[in-house]
Design a protein around this ligand. Structure first.
Ligand code: DSN
Length: 430
């Protein structure tokens, strides 16, 4: 039977169908993307989208909050338990807003913030020059050591001593190595700064205990909920009890109006999923897969920033291959392998067409792929890079991708055991 959407808006129905087919057919390597479970998708598409809930549980500005209060409390409790934090705010619409709320909870406009420079792997909202964080705050940017491709904690400490920032931000969007949040915390203490840690990319690895948690060492931890954490598109803040009131005020009414309660609901579900042994195994496999992909690419002579990876992503510097990041990303996309072009440390090229390409393994791991498939993907990537102007080879690779994808169906089939009934869910379609 046709769905309501199919009947009412066949054009949009068809486009959603096409996107679903694309997500199913392609090898998705964008490290910030994933596939959510059926349970998260259902919560996200639920009637909670109909409800306004300005305020917080027990202190709302609209009536009819009998259910929303319960849901938000559950989401907060699950998040605090999962991350072992004192307090969680689950309302930020995104990671960018979560970062903003963290800064405004701890600093005033005009204060100095210090974060990782975007071309070196930082996020726009870590004070990059085109982002409004650099206009409202005085932004000082640290970099990474181009020789090692790693954070240089001495440089960070020297800069912190020189500029006396109000906030030091740890965290990155394109950094393939472990971050020592404890050292960041120590540097912040030495210079009287607050420490905000943005773990949007690695949150799933943190809850699985693969990467050290910044929670003990940061005043506020900011994250998205949809990357390695595999929840809905959204943001979240975790903090020490002393900052809870300021964090809440910063999010609402400081930056946002009504929270997206369907997202908060889906975050609650994702927090339950992440608190399972299955999720820990998943997160471990993400890193194994990234390492396997990295090793095989190194065999083909690709230069990897820092020489490899400790997490879910790799950053390839293509200068030795004489191909631009954009050219390879577009050729790979035609071959149904989806990654994104990215700047690399000391990149001589413009960010609009940089020398690097960024890839990650959260999505392929959700499909059940393992090291063997990661290596197979590296072979396909190399084939495209070596035949960058040969459309018939690129088409051939596309066919090989389809074959591989068909063996690992999209994770509407992936199994998060029902918490009340250990029988796995059947493979149903959305
Ligand atoms: N767009 C995200 C990423 O791809 O890393 C960061 O916001």
């Amino acid at each position: 039977m046709a769905t309501a959407l199919e009947r009412y808006d066949p054009q949009i129905y068809e486009l959603i169908r096409q996107e679903k087919a694309r997500q199913s057919a392609c090898i998705r390597l964008i490290p910030s993307e994933n596939y959510v479970s059926r349970a998260v998708m259902e919560a996200s598409g639920s009637c909670l989208t109909n409800k306004y809930a300005e305020g917080y549980p027990g202190k709302r500005y609209y009536e009819g909050q009998q259910v929303t209060d319960l849901i938000e409390k559950i989401a907060r409790e699950r998040a605090t338990k999962l991350f072992k934090a004192d307090y969680a705010n689950v309302q930020p619409y995104s990671g960018s807003i979560a970062n903003w709320a963290a800064y405004l909870a701890l600093a005033k406009p005009g204060d100095t913030i210090m974060g990782l420079s975007l071309p070196y792997g930082g996020h726009l909202t870590h004070g990059w020059k085109v982002n409004v964080t650099s206009k409202i705050f005085n932004s000082v940017q640290y970099t990474i050591d181009p020789k090692t491709g790693r954070l240089d904690y001495n440089q960070i400490e020297d800069l912190a001593k020189k500029h006396k920032p109000k906030i030091i931000i740890s965290g990155a969007t394109a950094y393939p190595r472990q971050i020592d949040f404890e050292i960041f915390g120590q540097i912040a203490k030495k210079v009287g700064a607050c420490h905000v840690s943005d773990i949007a990319h690695i949150a799933g690895l943190v809850v699985a205990g693969i990467h050290k948690s910044p929670v003990p060492y940061a005043d506020i931890v900011s994250t998205t909920t949809h990357k390695t954490l595999r929840g809905p598109r959204g943001g979240m803040l975790l903090c020490k009890a002393e900052h809870a009131a300021n964090v809440d005020k910063s999010v609402f009414p400081g930056l946002q109006g009504g929270p997206h309660m369907h997202t908060v609901t889906a975050i609650a579900v994702a927090m339950a999923e992440a608190n399972t042994p299955e999720f820990v195994a998943y997160a471990k496999q993400i890193v194994k897969n990234a390492k396997a992909l990295a090793e095989k690419l190194l065999e083909f002579g690709f230069n990897l920033s820092s020489g490899g990876t400790d997490n879910h992503l790799i950053l390839i510097d293509l200068q030795n291959k004489k191909i631009s990041g954009k050219k390879l990303a577009k050729a790979l996309d035609r071959a149904k392998i989806v990654a994104n072009y990215n700047t690399t440390p000391l990149d001589p090229a413009h960010p609009a067409d940089p020398s690097g390409i960024r890839m990650g393994t959260p999505a392929i791991t959700s499909r059940g792929m393992k090291e063997e498939q990661a290596k197979q993907i590296a072979i396909l990537i190399n084939k495209v890079a070596e035949n960058i102007d040969n459309e018939s080879v690129i088409e051939e690779v596309g066919k090989e991708v389809l074959l591989l994808s068909s063996q690992f169906p999209v994770p509407e089939h992936f199994i998060i055991p029902n918490r009340n009934n250990p029988e796995p869910l059947d493979a149903l379609t959305y």
